[in-house]
Design a protein around this ligand. Structure first.
Ligand code: C2O
Ligand code: CU
Ligand code: CU
Length: 471
């Protein structure tokens, strides 16, 4: 299929979009919505879908986010976040996206972020779309890679429509996706003690409706939601818990820490378990990045421990609160060895460099001085080969590099060999002036895939490029 072409106005001319108004939900007032004190509502765990055939229906729903008037959101199956999809590795899952949103939402596409998907199943931004008022697309995920099972991973799914991903995700089109892998050690906390947390900021108008105005610099909210609840509390027992934390915010980064000074035991990234656990006192998580941590509440009975964001002040610093309210016997353990990383070829079939920049005349975000053009391919790696890609940030702003489909490992950050906690990932924070060197292995799937900044407004402002895996 031929992608539609996207003539792009210079970034400053991109129209501001106020969604609440577009949907007739009333004018957006600058005044703040009803404020509930922090830690006044319990955490909600999204429903889990575990069947091999899943339907995600994008539809309007009135969701109780703030006290008082409900918030009209664009949801998957009526909730925000959407249901958590949880599937065993190596088994095929089909996900049918049905677009029951009104015409104002436009066409949708679903991307399983972090998955090893074929090009047709990857949720192309501009192709194979679900039209509003009932259009649908069925995606198939085999959860296999290079002749084996995909590694257990904490993925997520979200809309990926060209130019409007930021708006669509902000309105609610996001959910979590866990691949369970029997090859991972099974002694880590499980069941009710394995808790996925989707962290996202949002702003609301005086009528509790979501307010979104496109801004190519990135859109941030003034409320922090965890699994859709503003600054929730979570009752826990005095034992170990596994928290899989996803930053699903459009552009906000979090520097997570525990308010009592305790360290996290990091066991994984978005791409699965680390070779060995790493103690970390704080963890920077940019948009789309995930971190898989164990927190031990042993000997903390009666305490209240705040999950903080050290990168913000005031109310925005308080993400959620753990209340250690009961005694529980802990049978879980964190093994000293978790899982070896796959060994990537020492030699590279090609080396490429991508500079994340900003056009000094138009202000546009660029990759190698260019904005996205769906008809341009920037790299054509050969199937089965391994390449070395260097990303350099010369833009004066933070970015998050996200590369679809392929296995990737960090070689170095700013010339320093990769730290053990960020060897294997697929969304990479690229701070101002930083350089990261990655190895990428192109297995199984031919065809076109995108890579882009995952600050969603940067992506929508065309900070995106394509590679095509060729035979
Ligand atoms: Cu969350 Cu192109 O991806
Ligand atoms: Cu992705
Ligand atoms: Cu960016």
């Amino acid at each position: 299929m031929v992608p539609t072409s996207h003539p792009r106005p210079p970034v400053p001319l991109l129209a501001a979009v106020v969604i609440a108004t577009a949907l007739g939900a009333g004018a957006v007032a600058p005044a703040g919505a009803v404020i509930a004190p922090a830690f006044s509502r319990p955490l909600v765990i999204p429903a889990v879908l575990a069947a091999s055939n899943i339907t995600l229906t994008a539809k309007l729903a009135d969701v109780q986010i703030l006290p008082g008037v409900k918030t009209r959101m664009w949801t998957y199956n009526g909730t925000f976040p959407g249901p958590t999809i949880r599937r065993p590795t190596g088994q095929t899952t089909t996900v049918t996206l049905v677009n029951n949103l009104p015409a104002a939402a436009g066409e949708l596409t679903l991307h399983n972020h972090g998955n090893h998907s074929t090009a047709e199943n990857d949720g192309q931004p501009d192709d194979l779309l679900a039209a509003p008022n009932g259009g649908s697309v069925t995606y198939s995920y085999t959860a296999t890679e290079a002749g084996g099972n995909e590694r257990g991973a904490f993925q997520w799914y979200h809309d990926h429509r060209m130019d409007v991903t930021g708006r669509n995700v902000w309105m609610g089109l996001a959910g979590m996706y866990i691949i369970d892998d029997p090859a991972d050690p099974q002694t880590l906390p499980r069941g009710a003690f394995d808790v996925p947390l989707l962290v996202a900021d949002r702003s609301f108008d005086a009528n509790n409706q979501l307010a979104y105005t496109f801004n190519a610099a990135g859109v941030t909210g003034n409320r922090i939601l965890v699994n859709g609840v503003p600054q929730p509390y979570f009752n826990v027992g005095d034992r170990k818990y596994r928290f899989r934390i996803l930053n699903a915010s459009n552009s906000r980064s979090y520097d997570f820490a525990l308010g009592n000074g305790q360290s996290f035991i990091q066991v994984g990234t978005e791409s699965g378990l680390l070779p060995a656990p790493v103690r970390r006192s704080h963890i920077l998580v940019g948009p789309a990045e995930r971190v898989d941590v164990v927190v031990d509440f042993a000997r903390k009975l009666g305490q209240r421990i705040v999950l903080q964001n050290l990168a913000a002040d005031g109310s925005l610093r308080q993400v959620m609160q753990f209340r250690v309210v009961r005694h529980l016997t802990d049978t879980s353990s964190v093994p000293a060895r978790l899982r070896a990383l796959p060994v990537l070829d020492a030699t590279s079939a090609a080396t490429r460099t991508f500079v994340f920049g900003k056009n000094r005349f138009t202000g546009a975000w660029t990759i190698n001085d260019q904005v996205f053009n769906p008809n341009r391919i920037d790299a054509s790696p050969k199937l089965g080969t391994t390449e070395t890609w260097t990303f350099v940030n010369k833009s004066g702003s933070n970015h998050v590099v996200h590369i679809h489909d392929v296995d990737q490992q960090l070689v170095s950050r700013n010339g320093v060999p990769a730290r053990p906690y960020e060897r294997m990932k697929e969304s990479w924070n690229l701070g101002i002036g930083e350089t990261i060197v990655l190895k990428l292995k192109f297995t199984d799937n031919l065809g076109k895939f995108v890579f882009h900044c995952h600050i969603l407004e940067h992506e929508d402002a065309a900070m995106m490029a394509q590679f095509e895996v060729v035979p």
